[in-house]
Design a protein around this ligand. Structure first.
Ligand SMILES: Cc1ncc(COP(=O)(O)O)c(C=O)c1O
Length: 380
């Protein structure tokens, strides 16, 4: 199978990630931070090293503010629910994933917040002035999806962060798609909370993290911190106050290994993704009836449709040709409303460091053949 669904989860994992999983199971799989014996302490040390790796990668000074989560969705929920200010106002963008949008709806019903979804300019960019013009007297938080999982557009986080800092607004960045592809520095970019997905651009397994700078938020879960057992009150210190339950040590160490892999290969990854994305964009645009919605050659996210077919029909056809892509709305309904692609959805081809040019040559060949046929599937 040719795997071009890396924005969902990367499939091919580097040897170092696979090796770290095996090594953790064989050597460190005790319960970190619960007991005083050597193995528990060793496990705790490894989790601490992982926190340092993530903090260092994202320019966060205090590694105790790295909170491991099950997924990026959980990290975003923790950030949004944990920082809620009842009756306050949140600015987000039409690029947001449902992990943000549905949480905003929940906060609206439960805490009576209101929110504004900012639209991009003609180049797909959310400019700082667009954020500012949505500001209200009770605005307390700005949420931005760094790289869209639908179009691949990447937002100017540094500039938006500067505006948030100037106006004393919390700033939450969703790096699910940009992690491993674009570098951010929480301190320099004035990011208050940064949500990470381990299983996408970091080539690790299903795991996430929320990194927090200069703000205190409430937990999503209670108990199971392994500290101060006599107390019935949740600790407020980080990370334990926000990280209830036994840490998933295998996933956490694998995530840190993925981050180190990406750091070692940074230039190669960047070069390869840019070349392959550019190749795909160029060749897709030459296919008759194919409309391409992506322009960012650095993202590895390419969405398109072919007139006369739904995105699901195209994805099914490619599946028969042993090519894995994703179709539909990609859990981001508002950008589809904006683009007018809600009815048929879009086909998304997403690349990774392990994608080969020949995979994409074959994809283009298959799509050319499809675009020539007027009706592939019998429609009722
Ligand atoms: C932009 C964006 N945000 C959040 C998520 C949720 O990530 P996870 O699957 O780790 O929960 C995704 C997943 O595809 C995403 O693309």
């Amino acid at each position: 199978m040719i795997y071009l669904d890396n924005s969902s989860s990367t499939f091919q994992k580097p040897f170092c990630v696979k090796h770290s999983i095996k090594k953790t199971l064989n050597k460190y799989a005790a319960n970190p931070g619960r007991s005083g014996h050597k193995l528990s302490l060793l496990a705790g040390e490894k989790v601490l090293e992982a926190r340092m790796t993530l903090a260092n990668h994202f320019g966060l000074k205090d590694f105790t503010n790295v909170i491991f989560t099950a997924s990026c969705t959980e990290a975003l929920n923790l950030a949004l629910q944990g920082s809620v200010q009842p009756h306050g106002h949140i600015i987000a963008t039409i690029y947001e994933h449902n992990s943000v949008l549905r949480t905003l709806e929940y906060l609206k019903k439960t805490y009576h917040i209101t929110y504004t979804l900012v639209t991009p300019n003609a180049n797909g960019i959310i400019t700082p002035d667009r954020i500012l013009s949505a500001k209200q007297p009770n605005t307390y938080l700005v949420v931005v999806n760094h790289t869209s999982n639908v179009t691949g557009h990447t937002q100017p986080i540094h500039e938006i962060g500067a505006v948030c800092h100037e106006h004393n607004l919390l700033f939450l960045v969703d790096t699910a798609q940009s992690g491993g592809h674009e570098r951010l520095n929480m301190e320099k970019d004035h990011i208050s909370m940064l949500a990470v997905a381990g299983h996408k651009g970091f080539h690790s397994i299903q795991c996430g993290a929320l990194l927090i700078q200069d703000c205190k938020i409430k937990p999503l879960k209670y108990g199971g911190t392994g500290t101060n057992s006599i107390s019935l009150t949740q600790p407020t210190d980080y990370p334990e106050g926000l990280e209830s339950g036994t840490d998933s040590i295998v996933n956490i160490i694998a995530l840190a290994t993925g981050v180190k892999f990406v750091e070692r290969k940074w230039n190669d990854i960047h070069q390869k993704i840019t070349n392959l994305t550019q190749y795909t964009l160029t060749h897709l645009s030459k296919i008759p009836n194919c409309i391409v919605y992506s322009t960012n050659a650095n993202s590895g996210v390419i969405s398109f449709c072919i007139k006369g077919y739904t995105s699901t029909e195209i994805a099914s056809y490619l599946n028969q040709k042993h090519i894995a892509v994703r179709s539909g709305l990609h859990c981001a309904p508002k950008i589809h409303e904006y683009l007018g692609t809600t009815k048929n959805g879009l086909v998304r081809v997403s690349l990774s460091y392990f994608t080969h040019k020949t995979d994409l040559m074959y994809l283009i060949h298959c799509l050319k053949t499809l675009s020539k046929k007027t009706l592939l599937f019998q429609k009722n």
